[in-house]
Design a protein around this ligand. Structure first.
Ligand SMILES: Cc1cc2nc3c(=O)[nH]c(=O)nc-3n(C[C@H](O)[C@H](O)[C@H](O)COP(=O)(O)OP(=O)(O)OC[C@H]3O[C@@H](n4cnc5c(N)ncnc54)[C@H](O)[C@@H]3O)c2cc1C
Length: 398
């Protein structure tokens, strides 16, 4: 399939940056379009037509997807501090901690205000900055090249990212020996336009005269994992918290109004996966494995796609509370494992407004207000209450 590199059709680029990194002439730069998504731009005066960029493009040459039988595991890390600092149940930290013994390098996404980029560390006590989902496409920078260098030096490399970034890495690595590489992907529902949080940042500057210092998209606020609270802290010290159902970001993004064009046709939303391990939230926990709800402190779904992934989970299990799950049941609550998101027919209109309107006007127009029924379901008779009743019944019947 011809990619964006040849057609300039935006659906044909995941923004994984493999092409930019492989170019020996540095002829390719990632440049933002008007929607804020980065695409490769080729400087024809430097290009020697070697076609390496096409060769490593996962859109053109999809790396092999593992069709091995999977192991699904649900649970959370026993260390409560790490669990609180993680998005879901802290599965990533458990895997890192047990897999990284000596001579290792950890790659992941870090945040700087509202910017997100890939980085690495050789010290696992410093991996806290990788924790927490930053719901914006991270800049890969030189991460694939760095990973290759470390693999060539026979270091153990754990690389985490979105499914398209893992595919970009795999395509980039080609014949490099990958015995020491463990890839961990997040189950991904697409990436939103970074313009939205920038607008939010501008709004904060206007209202409070200060920029965003920390944007925690999944603050647990004690034990409110499934409330998906967003926490914003400004340089001035102002702090804000907002639950999922009142948050314009979640409303607009999850209505699929501002995802990257390629996400609407994402070819990674299949049962076959490129990464060794896929990590997500244990959505549906209150329905099919309430014993893993753990007081709403966060729970992880871990899918092992390869033998290497299964070995990593086997070691990580000593740090995890939980058990194996039926894969087909787990899949019922994980649509990004099975199908791409639908493009909202109003996306184009929204994107136009995103460029022109201020944050408040934009949210007033596009963010949906929660219905009374929804609020009742979440605050009065929600997952917490259902699990409480389930626990009570267990105790009474014992
Ligand atoms: C854009 C995005 C969409 C997602 N969509 C879903 C979904 O639809 N359903 C679902 O169940 N889970 C989804 N997740 C995954 C989920 O939010 C958690 O990241 C995952 O469960 C791991 O949680 P944890 O507690 O094990 O790890 P944590 O310690 O919280 O670690 C987070 C991990 O995510 C990686 N990461 C964080 N931000 C980014 C980023 N911007 N780009 C690449 N990697 C990143 C870090 O490198 C780290 O490996 C998504 C994550 C992202 C980043």
């Amino acid at each position: 399939m011809a990619s964006y590199l040849n057609t300039s059709v935006k659906n044909g680029c995941f923004g994984c940056e493999a092409c930019a990194q492989v170019c020996s002439k540095r002829a390719i730069h990632m440049v933002e379009d008007e929607e804020g998504f980065r695409y490769p731009q080729v400087d024809q005066s430097l290009c020697i037509n070697c076609r390496m960029c096409n060769k490593v493009c996962p859109y053109e040459n999809m790396p092999l997807k593992s069709q091995e039988e999977k192991v699904a595991f649900g649970g959370y890390i026993k260390n409560e501090t790490v669990r609180r600092e993680s998005t879901s149940g802290g599965a990533f930290s458990a895997i890192v901690d047990t897999w990284c013994d000596t001579n290792y390098v950890i790659f992941g996404a870090v945040a700087d205000g509202v910017k997100v980029y890939h980085s690495y560390t050789t010290d696992k006590t410093d991996m806290g900055r990788f924790r927490k989902s930053k719901y914006s496409q991270s800049c890969i920078g030189s991460a694939y090249k760095d990973a290759r260098k470390f693999l060539d030096e026979e270091k153990k490399v754990i690389f985490s990212g979105t499914p398209c970034q893992i595919s970009g890495l795999k395509a980039f690595l080609g014949n490099t020996n990958q015995d020491n590489l463990l890839t961990v992907e997040v189950i991904c529902e697409g990436v939103p336009s970074p313009h939205f949080v920038r607008k939010y940042d501008e709004w904060m500057q206007l209202k409070h005269g200060s920029k965003i210092k920390v944007l925690d998209y999944r603050y647990k606020d004690g034990k409110k994992w499934d409330f998906q609270v967003m926490y914003t802290s400004l340089e001035s010290g102002h702090r804000f918290k907002i639950d999922r159902w009142f948050n314009p970001f979640w409303s607009i993004w999850l209505n699929h109004l501002m995802s990257r064009p390629a996400c609407y046709e994402c070819p990674f939303t299949t049962i076959g996966r490129v990464a060794d391990i896929s990590l997500g939230d244990l959505w549906g926990v209150h329905l099919y494995c309430p014993e893993l709800y753990g007081g709403n402190g966060g729970a992880s779904l871990i899918i092992c796609n390869t033998k290497k992934g299964k070995r990593a989970l086997a070691s990580a299990q000593r740090e995890l509370y939980g058990h194996e799950l039926d894969f087909t049941t787990a899949l019922k609550y994980q649509s990004p494992m099975c199908k791409a998101i639908n493009q909202n027919p109003q996306r184009e209109m929204f994107m136009k407004d995103l460029l022109e309107m201020d944050y408040k006007t934009l949210c007033m127009k596009w963010a949906k207000k929660p219905t009374f029924k929804l609020l009742w379901a979440k605050y009065v008779w929600g997952n917490r209450q259902k699990v409480f009743v389930w626990n009570l019944k267990q105790k009474l019947w014992r």
